[in-house]
Structures are given as structure tokens and as C-alpha cells.
Design a protein around this ligand. Structure first.
Ligand code: IPM
Ligand code: MG
Length: 358
């Protein structure tokens, strides 16, 4: 029986990059005999326009009955003034919460072909290979109370940062397991010198660490981590952190690799998993065939690895991307001044052909 993948293209450059990811996914499916069925649904601004709801009931139902979800990106200036509940971003947050996708894996590995594309010096970034494990369903993104209320001298806004022992323990476990298959080091990032939630975080991470004696654990404050990431990125293997710190640090980590356009992510929970590039909708690039599809394409590779259990297809896609970059193919975000560039569709086509020929 064919495995169903839900496809949520989203907004801005989402449809273009996911279009190319599908092309590559289909090439890998043909080459490695994966029986897949892709079914599209609306999410984000596109869903707001069509139904008034950034996560329509049909979309959630399709996702629930699919093995995995391939997502583009959501949001854009057109919807920025809507009330919070109807903004595109609420759609993806509700999707994460509804499917219990608590573990967000964001690998940032510098392709040798892109050393010169990084804004940092070669001797600093060369050899960077880390993964941010971001807790995705807790913390400030979901804590209550939240909102804006009237007070005598104006308004007052509140967000709440909560974490329970269980929430911390399960994400810490993921980080140690991921580290076990890598270079055996976890850097847990918090703000334990100020925040109560971080104090608990640090304590629980240490308790879970007892089950993983072979893994080195260090703790780092988030401000120091932001600094060390651009100072000695090679020193990091697995970065474990809460939701909002992970949002910020993963964008920073992405830039080590040359462009945020190349990085994929996997969001895992108990059932359906979600795969998406970490970049946003880049409204200024939308519809111009200039966006980099590699983050979306590598998200399809992660889907093969984690949801389909097909390391062969995952590695084939990753190697095809590596070959494309090594042969000098560049989208505009990766090109140095004067270097020739190709568009979104050509990059996708070249990688798909390379997968088919492997
Ligand atoms: C991300 C994005 C989202 C987040 C937005 C779109 C809600 O920035 O996936 O990193 O903040 O989690
Ligand atoms: Mg982000």
C-alpha cells in the first residue's frame, strides 16, 4: 500500500520550493521503489484567504492520516494585520501542537563547496557540522496566560514561559540519542542565571544525562551560545534548547552554512512527522524563480530517513545536492559577486536528474 505524504505548500516562496522538493522526491521514489502518494492541502495565508482559518479542519484531518507532511513556509505582510488567531503563523503552531511535534531537529552542516559563501571566514566555519534540537511545543510559544489587556495607564502584555519535568525530559532524551549517533556531545542551552524555567531545565537535563554516560554534556547560557556559535562553531555537536532560544539560535546556526536557504528541519512526535525548510516565505522573492529550493529538497531527504526508514533514498538526495553544489550550481543567495546563478526550477531539475542517474 502506498504511503501518504501531505503537502502543504504555504505562502510566498513556499509553493516554488516545495514544487522542486516534490520533483526530487518523486525521482527518489522512482529510483528506490518507494510507493508514495502526495496529497495537497492549504495552510497559512493561503488557507486564510480560502477559508478564513490558517489551519482548516480538512488540512488537519489530511495531516493526521498521512505518514508525514512536507511543508513550505507560511506568513507574509498581507496577513500581518489580522487578529492573532487568524494569522498564518497560528496555523503552523496549531499544527505542531495538534500533532504533538515536540522535537525539532535542525541540522546545520557546512557543505565543503559553500565555504566561501558563508559570511564568516573560512578558518572559522570550515568543518561546521551541528544540529539544533529545539523543543517545539512548550515555552513562550504556548504558555498561558497570554494576551494584551487594558490597564489604567495604557495596556499590559503577558507571555508565559512554562516547562514541566516531562516536557524537558523527553526532548533531552532525543538530544542524547541524536548525539549518540554523532560526536557524543550535547550542549544544553538555557538562561539558568535568570529564569526559573531554565533552572528546572538544567536539573532535568542532568537527570536524563545519567542514562547516557557515554555522552559529554555541557551547559551554556543562551547569550554566550549566540557568541560561541560565530566564534567557534566547530566546537558544537548537538545543541539542546527550549522553543524560543531554539528559534533564534537555529537562524544564527543556519547562516554559518552560507545561506538559510539550504537548511532543512524535521519535527517529530509520536505519529505523523513534519518536514520543512527552516527559512521563511521571503515575500520579496516569491514568484520570481530565484528562491533556493535546497532547504525544501533536503527536508524531503529527512522525510525519507525518519518517516520512511529509507536511508538509501535520503543519502541519494543529500549526495545529489552535494554534487550540484560541488559542480558550481548556485542560486542567487549562494553566489558570490560575479558568479553565474540559476533559478529555483533549474536547481530542482538538476538535482532531480542527478538522483535519477545515481
Ligand atoms: C520557525 C519559524 C516559526 C517559529 C514561525 C513561522 C511561527 O520562525 O519555524 O523557526 O517561530 O517557530
Ligand atoms: Mg524561526
Amino acid at each position: 500500500m502506498a504511503t501518504q505524504i501531505a503537502v502543504l505548500k504555504g505562502d510566498g516562496i513556499g509553493p516554488e520550493v516545495v514544487g522542486q522538493a516534490l520533483l526530487v522526491f518523486q525521482a527518489a521514489a522512482a529510483r528506490y521503489s518507494l510507493e508514495l502518494i502526495f496529497r495537497e492541502a492549504l495552510l497559512g495565508g493561503a488557507a486564510v484567504d480560502a477559508t478564513g482559518d490558517p489551519l482548516p479542519e480538512e488540512t488537519l484531518a489530511l495531516c493526521r492520516q498521512s505518514r508525514a507532511i512536507l511543508l513550505g513556509a507560511v506568513g507574509g505582510p498581507k496577513w500581518d494585520r489580522l487578529p492573532a488567531a487568524r494569522r498564518p503563523e497560528r496555523g503552523i503552531l496549531r499544527l505542531r501542537a495538534s500533532l504533538g511535534l515536540y522535537a525539532n531537529l535542525r541540522p546545520a552542516r557546512l557543505s565543503p563547496a559553500l565555504v566561501e559563501a558563508s559570511t564568516l571566514k573560512r578558518e572559522v566555519v570550515e568543518g561546521t557540522d551541528l544540529v539544533v534540537i529545539r523543543e517545539l511545543t512548550g515555552g513562550l510559544y504556548f504558555g498561558t496566560p497570554r494576551g494584551i489587556e487594558r490597564v489604567p495607564d495604557g495596556e499590559r502584555a503577558v507571555d508565559t514561559l512554562t516547562y514541566t519535568t516531562a516536557e524537558i525530559a523527553r526532548i533531552a532524551r532525543v538530544a542524547f540519542e541524536v548525539a549518540a549517533a554523532r560526536r557524543q556531545k550535547v550542549t544544553s542551552v538555557d538562561k539558568a542565571n535568570v529564569l526559573a524555567s531554565s533552572e528546572l531545565w538544567r536539573r532535568v537535563v542532568e537527570e536524563v544525562h545519567r542514562d547516557f554516560p557515554g555522552i559529554a554534556l555541557e551547559h551554556m547560557y543562551v547569550d554566550a551560545c549566540a557568541m560561541q556559535l560565530i566564534r567557534t562553531p566547530r566546537a558544537f555537536d548537538v545543541i539542546l534548547t527550549e522553543n524560543m532560544f531554539g528559534d533564534i539560535l537555529s537562524d544564527e546556526a543556519a547562516m554559518l552554512t552560507g545561506s538559510i536557504g539550504t537548511l532543512p528541519s524535521a519535527s517529530l512526535g509520536a505519529g505523523t512527522a513534519l518536514y520543512e525548510p527552516i527559512h521563511g516565505t521571503a515575500p520579496d522573492l516569491a514568484g520570481k524563480d530565484v528562491a533556493n529550493p535546497i532547504g525544501a529538497i533536503l527536508s524531503a531527504a529527512l522525510c525519507c530517513r525518519y518517516s520512511l526508514g529509507r536511508e538509501d533514498a535520503a543519502a541519494a538526495i543529500e549526495q545529489a545536492v552535494e554534487r550540484a553544489l560541488a559542480s558550481g550550481l548556485r542560486t542567487a543567495d549562494l553566489a558570490r559577486p560575479g558568479e553565474p546563478t540559476i533559478g529555483t526550477a533549474e536547481m530542482g531539475r538538476r538535482i532531480a536528474e542527478s538522483v535519477a542517474a545515481a
